[in-house]
Design a protein around this ligand. Structure first.
Ligand SMILES: Nc1ncnc2c1ncn2[C@@H]1O[C@H](COP(=O)(O)OP(=O)(O)OP(=O)(O)O)[C@@H](O)[C@H]1O
Ligand SMILES: [Mg+2]
Length: 380
């Protein structure tokens, strides 16, 4: 019998059979997008936003809603982002007959190069280049496109702009205005703006910024432990293996329930079990897998550690050993010689902006849950 593929996938978009939980979030998102709502999806890195959105768009596609998925951070400039936005929207709206009138009109005001491949049916588009080209001038026309195409056309669209917090890198503010002004007029088009840095996204949604009150915000939670337990047990059982209760608990605790890390550690454990052909797995197996993952990262952690200030290192050590609950307390501060609470606060903020820590349910946590494992090992 051929060896089955490792069922634990990380660093990729998760599709249907391996998609754990999130049923109500998925249904809600599908409903909102089908209704033409503009929704904001926030969570720290690697919680599963892109996977959730991708699955929602797939569901919508099955309902004949035309879908577009763009990752804002993939584009080097505002002009390139506009180009790809227009291109993907035109492709999604296709066939050619439907879009060609619009292209002629758009062509007059914007003068892009538009190519249409008769055999593949694909549209490709490029905007004027050169120094004098000002993307913000044509942005309103480009962002109006989904509305123009769907108006009276008898179909709906759903558009995802992923890593949306990056949009403000393109220019100072006018891009947010341009998008907001256009999308709010598009009744037939649902939008999901997904963002990985909740603090930046929160800022973008604050009063005085164009997206303030533009639509509902959803903060994507972690996937509950019970769903992971069931999923992990089922996968190992299919291969005739068992991971005992304590082993699963240790896995989920080490991964801090961050979906990416749960999958990553489970993936390694699967390979380890295959290699050793072990049927009964427990905490000791889990620990040896975690140790080798941490060891594999140690050069990187070492370099990172060297770049941190003494206050930042002290704070991380206290967090790694004692958790986030009482990081500002007198007892912890004196035990770890952290100095006044204001110093700890400054250290935490610096670590947050370096993407070492982030906040979840009002507490700080390590974005990489293996880093505290390395820190603890270092001092032991
Ligand atoms: N519903 C899910 N079921 C199973 N695994 C999941 C799920 N959601 C996320 N994961 C795991 O987490 C990983 C990261 O997911 P995804 O890329 O969707 O997150 P993200 O929030 O978009 O991350 P980033 O902020 O880095 O873009 C996936 O590759 C997968 O291993
Ligand atoms: Mg993502």
């Amino acid at each position: 019998m051929p060896t089955p593929e490792n069922p634990f996938v990380f660093g990729e978009i998760i599709d249907e059979p391996g998609f754990v939980d999130r049923t109500s979030e998925l249904n809600q998102l599908v409903r909102d997008l089908a209704d033409g709502q503009k929704v904001f999806l926030l969570s720290p890195r690697r919680f599963g936003k892109s996977s959730l959105v991708t699955l929602a768009l797939l569901r919508l596609k099955k309902r004949h809603i035309h879908t577009v998925n763009l990752t804002v951070s993939s584009y080097a400039s505002y002009a390139q982002f506009l180009e790809k936005f227009a291109e993907k929207v035109l492709r999604a709206a296709g066939p050619w007959d439907r879009v060609k009138n619009w292209i002629t009109r758009f062509g007059r005001s914007v003068k892009p190069d538009i190519n249409y491949n008769m055999t593949s049916g694909e549209v490709s588009l490029s905007l004027a280049k050169g120094q004098a080209f000002d993307p913000s001038r044509i942005a309103p026309d480009v962002f109006a496109l989904p509305g123009e195409l769907t108006k009276n056309a008898g179909f709906r669209m759903a558009i995802c702009l992923d890593e949306f917090q990056q949009i403000s890198e393109f220019d100072s503010g006018s891009v947010e205005n341009a998008i907001r002004n256009q999308v709010q007029q598009q009744r037939e088009v649902g939008y999901v703006f997904a963002g990985s840095q909740p603090s930046l996204m929160k800022e973008m949604l604050s009063a005085k910024r164009p997206f303030h009150k533009a639509g509902p915000q959803t903060f994507l939670d972690k996937i509950p432990a019970s769903d992971w337990r069931e999923f992990i047990t089922r996968q190992f059982r299919k291969r005739g293996r068992t991971l005992n209760e304590a082993g699963i608990e240790a896995l989920l605790a080490t991964a801090d329930l961050i979906p990416y890390d749960v999958q990553r550690i489970a993936h390694e454990l699967w390979d380890y079990a295959e290699l050793k052909d072990k049927r009964q797995l427990d905490v000791s197996d889990l620990n040896s897998v975690t140790d080798s993952l941490v060891a594999g990262q140690s050069t990187y952690y070492e370099l990172l550690w060297e770049q941190l200030s003494a206050a930042q290192r002290g704070t991380l050590l206290a967090l790694a050993e004692r958790g986030p609950a009482e990081i500002y307390s007198q007892a912890i501060r004196s035990e770890y010689r952290l100095g006044p609470a204001s110093t700890v606060q400054k250290a935490v903020q610096a670590l947050d902006s370096r993407d070492i820590l982030d906040r979840y349910q009002d507490r700080y946590f390590f974005l990489d849950p293996l880093f505290p494992c390395w820190i603890r090992k270092r001092v032991s």
